[in-house]
Design a protein around this ligand. Structure first.
Ligand code: URA
Ligand code: CA
Length: 433
């Protein structure tokens, strides 16, 4: 086989076979095919697209390019949730104990990463003593016992995706549905998921800026999952404004605890129920999605979800008393109100810019080496559709210093106030097959 022929075949709009796709991905992983040929191929895919079978084959070729996590020692159907990323997305911290309370095993591998706030592990490390250094045996034992554990990423998962994603970034081939869908799905499958629930975000703070694009990506990923034997469902949710009220590490832990108690922001709770019911259903713990949702509501009402969170925290060395006394979480020394300049209704709140403001306060990393301040962040006091009076607080900044002028201005500039406005829908669509 010659790479040049495969580039030509794709350029001409023909379908590649599984063997040809494996040749490309294996050759690239082993440095036998050069960047310039893969670049040309990626551009051909960008313009000619891929069939459903090609997308599934590409996904599995990337899974096979590196290590895969074997979770077979863990009892039950392991359902993993993936979000395409947004601002103030506290869903993982809520969902993990919530579905574990219904005996759905959550064997979560998580990272730190770059962004407006830290990753799930950074957020959990806001709890004194909490750690994720578990060996495979401890991890397995904890999930079997408690149905929930979180461990740091290890192993060389999907090296082909790492190389290809970096190359796409500099060859204008990131925005391709088949390449994005196979990239995301390969990582979930390599991490050992039996079934997958996807939260595909749409809006200013998301990778997909429109609902139409988000729906295409969601359907592409659901099709891949189902084709390769991992039942997959998706929710398409709004990211025109941040989710919930809190954006920041300790602040989001507190928000998650409130939500597990049934006292959290309504949008965060609604999205957790929409994703959670798919997880519970796919794990075989309910016969219908409606029944699954009722079980989740009961786990919140009865306190079993909150109790699960305490057990989880304590099992990984954390201080569970923060659940009843969240004031023990790291607190920023300064709390500064950003006040509205006019009367009206909040009409827009650009999620990515609010996220950038949180990062400027120190809640997230701009580079891998950057340090995170776990205490700082933003609490939104208004969301789109809320009435506001001049002088009222739009947001509270939790800051490490008193001088935050630039950040306050950034937030004020990106929260618009108009005569009237309505809250956007939270969930645009769900895809179950
Ligand atoms: N996120 C991924 O993991 N892969 C892509 O290709 C795009 C976004
Ligand atoms: Ca939030």
């Amino acid at each position: 086989m010659r790479m040049v022929d495969l580039i030509q075949k794709k350029r001409n709009g023909l379908e590649l076979t599984a063997e040809e796709i494996r040749f490309i991905i294996e050759g690239y992983t082993k440095d036998e095919i050069p960047d310039y040929q893969i670049s040309a191929w990626a551009m051909a895919v960008f313009f000619q697209d891929m069939t459903e079978q090609e997308r599934a084959d590409l996904t599995m070729a990337m899974v096979e390019s590196g290590d895969t996590i074997n979770l077979s020692a863990i009892e039950g159907t392991k359902v993993d949730k993936h979000s395409t990323g947004g601002v103030g997305d506290t869903t993982t911290l809520v969902l993990a104990p919530l579905v574990a309370a219904l005996d759905v095993p959550v064997a979560k591998m998580s990272g730190r990463g770059l962004g407006h706030t830290g990753g799930t592990i950074d957020k959990l490390e806001a709890i004194a003593g909490f750690h994720v250094e578990l060996d495979t045996e401890q991890f397995t034992e904890l999930v079997n016992r408690n149905k929930l554990a979180v461990v740091g990423q290890s192993g060389n998962l999907t090296p082909a995706d790492k190389k290809l994603y970096a190359l796409r970034d500099v060859t204008a081939t990131v925005e391709s549905i088949p390449l994005i869908a196979s990239s995301i799905m390969s990582k979930k499958i390599a991490a050992g998921a039996d079934a997958i629930v996807l939260d595909v975000k749409a809006g200013a703070g998301a990778f997909m800026k429109t609902v139409e694009e988000a729906r295409k990506l969601a359907q592409a990923m659901v099709n891949i999952g189902n084709r390769v034997g991992r039942q997959t469902m998706a929710v398409i949710s709004d990211m025109s404004q941040p989710l919930g009220h809190a954006i920041g590490n300790a602040l989001e832990v507190r928000e998650a605890i409130d939500t597990l108690r049934g006292e959290g922001p309504k949008d965060l709770e609604a999205l957790c129920l929409a994703l959670g019911r798919q997880m519970v259903y796919l794990a075989g713990k309910a016969g219908t999605l409606e029944e699954a949702e009722e079980l989740l509501r009961e786990a919140i009402r009865s306190g079993s979800a909150l109790e699960k969170f305490k057990v989880f925290v304590a099992s990984q060395g954390g201080d569970p008393s923060i659940v009843d006394d969240p004031a023990k979480l790291p607190q920023a020394p300064y709390q500064i109100e950003v006040e509205a300049h006019a009367d009206g209704v909040v009409s827009a709140m650009t999620a990515d810019e609010i996220g950038r403001a949180a990062m400027l306060l120190g809640a997230g990393r701009a580079t891998k080496e950057a340090q995170i301040d776990l205490a700082v962040g933003i609490v939104l006091n208004k969301k789109i559709g809320d009435p506001v009076k001049a002088g009222e607080s739009l947001a509270t900044l939790h800051a490490s210093q008193e001088q935050v002028g630039e950040v306050a201005e950034l937030i004020r500039a990106h929260i618009q106030i108009a005569g009237h406005a309505e809250a956007p829908p939270l969930i645009y669509d769900t895809i179950v097959e």
